[in-house]
Design a protein around this ligand. Structure first.
Ligand code: PEP
Ligand code: MN
Length: 337
């Protein structure tokens, strides 16, 4: 249920409304926007008398929220959420470009790629240290050492780092990471979602390969229900009957999610297509449809990459692409190109 307050609501009356609701076991999320202040009510609201609340002096309107996601719902929080990461902000009209290798392979590799992508306009460094691989015989990532190399690359470039967490037991190792990535395969790993919900580092949830928008938003809800509101969503393609591309990029997810939720949305055209030459057109499409940012795999030697070489761009191909993406975003948002 949401309660929209009148502009000139009396603070004393608001306080008594809040304590009355809390006595009934309801948790309240207050969202102060430019247009309105909205109280989002979470808990068993079925016994609340909607007409009684609507009749209060300070109340403009009351609505039941049918969707099972509450904290993630745009109705609860009409303004866009902006997630602060280091000196950058994700959402709120910015275009965040996360770039880097699929996997961290060595310190030299990740530092060199970080320097290159930063020079091209990337604002965050991606790189996997713990890798979810389909085959147990494939490279599993450098683990803790990989995290150290990512931090070395951050120290050299100032780029915040985003990297995947697969095991809640590894959380202590991630205390210096800037954004924790939950991979597509773990989108419904509820223990993992609960664990990242109980800490305050931003969390980026990649869409599960067969997840509906609602299931994906319920994963965000798990994190937010734990108290962590710094959630970012990442569309990375879904499994369809088409086998030419690795996945099928669902660009409709961007406008739909902007309608359903206030959380920022990043698009990963690399995992969506599996082919380096499809990254540019789909990245441009993502910006055109309103994505808040991109996550793009970049490797200095894709032919010898330990993971996802065929979908990785060389730094020299990433450079003009990053510039085009920033120019398109600036153009669409009315800023100077
Ligand atoms: C990744 O970003 O490295 C990754 C494994 O992506 P996804 O979880 O989307 O497959
Ligand atoms: Mn990858």
């Amino acid at each position: 249920m949401i309660v929209i307050l009148k502009h000139d609501h009396n603070p004393g009356q608001l306080e008594s409304l809040i304590s009355w609701l809390q006595e009934k076991g309801i948790t309240i999320h207050t969202s102060i926007g430019e247009a309105n202040t909205v109280l989002g009510l979470v808990g068993d609201t079925s016994k609340l008398d909607i007409d009684l609340i609507a009749a209060l002096d300070i109340v403009e309107d009351v609505k039941r929220v049918q969707e099972p996601y509450k904290n993630a719902n745009r109705k609860f929080h009409p303004e866009d959420t902006v997630v602060k990461v280091g000196n950058t902000q994700i959402g709120g009209g910015n275009l965040t470009i996360m770039a880097g290798p699929c996997s961290v392979e060595s310190e030299e590799q990740v530092v060199a790629i970080a320097k290159a992508v930063k020079a091209s306009g990337a604002t965050m460094l991606r790189g996997g240290a713990f890798k979810p691989r389909t085959s147990p015989y494939a490279f599993q990532g450098l683990g803790e050492k990989g995290l150290e190399y990512l931090k070395a690359a951050r120290a050299e470039t100032g780029l915040p780092i985003v990297t995947e967490l697969m095991d809640p037991g590894h959380l202590p190792l991630f205390k210096d990471v800037d954004v924790i990535q939950i991979g597509a395969r773990n989108m419904q790993n509820f223990d993992l979602l609960k664990a990242v919900g109980h800490q305050d580092k931003p969390v980026m949830i990649k869409r599960g390969m067969s997840a509906t928008y609602e299931e994906w938003l319920m994963s965000a809800e798990y994190v937010m229900a734990g108290g962590n509101e710094n959630v970012i969503l990442c569309e990375r393609g879904i499994r369809t009957f088409e086998s030419y591309t690795r996945n099928t990029l669902d660009l409709a997810a961007i406008p739909v999610l902007h309608k359903l939720t206030h959380l920022p949305i990043i698009v990963d055209p690399s995992h969506a297509t599996g082919k380096y030459w499809l990254v540019e057109p789909l990245a441009m499409g993502a910006v055109a449809t309103g994505a808040d940012g991109l996550q793009i795999e970049v490797h200095n030697d894709p032919a010898h990459a330990l993971c996802d070489g065929p979908q990785s761009l060389k730094p020299e191909a990433f450079d003009p692409l990053a510039k085009k993406l920033l120019a398109l975003h600036a153009h669409l948002n009315g800023a100077e190109g």
